[in-house]
Design a binder for this molecule. Sequence first.
Ligand code: SF4
Length: 184
Amino acid sequence: MKKINEIFYSIQGEGYYTGVPAVFIRFSGCNLECDFCDTVHNPGKLMSEQEIVDMVQSFPAKHIVLTGGEPSMQLDDNILSLLKSKGFYLQIETNGTLTSGFDAVTRWCDWITCSPKKNCIRKQMDELKVVFQNQDMSIYDEYSCKHKMLQPCSMQNTKEVIEFIKRHPEWRLSLQTHKYLHIR
Ligand code: SF4
């Protein structure tokens, strides 16, 4: 059984896969308590692996976003292999701070999007996704990734983000388009 906050069908609003129709599985719970967290992820209901698969199969898209909270807290070979066996493309959004669950993630997930928080131990990912808060950006030099995505903080500092990206073109702009569009 997994504690699931919600499963819904929408468009990926941010990051590399912006615009892609996707089924979101939001796992309940996180190992961190970031003060800027804007996701209500703690409430949830227990669902069996089969119930989860049945629900995601009721939507037409084949792209799944495993998100949270911190989804790797609950991910294992059982649920991931079951989803893969149904032909889904698996993208995980993680804070990169956990080891447990990650062996299974690396075995089965097609795409790792990491928004590294303090104590991030994951140094390799497909996509590094960072919220710009005037932090020292050199801290991200240690990460190895295919794409570096930079987001404004709550849509407030877009101009600063664009100026930063123009000076550092290895980064790309990521907008939380679902917030602009008022969709989930
Ligand atoms: S890691 Fe992400 S989900 Fe967890 S508390 Fe921080 S912002 Fe929220």
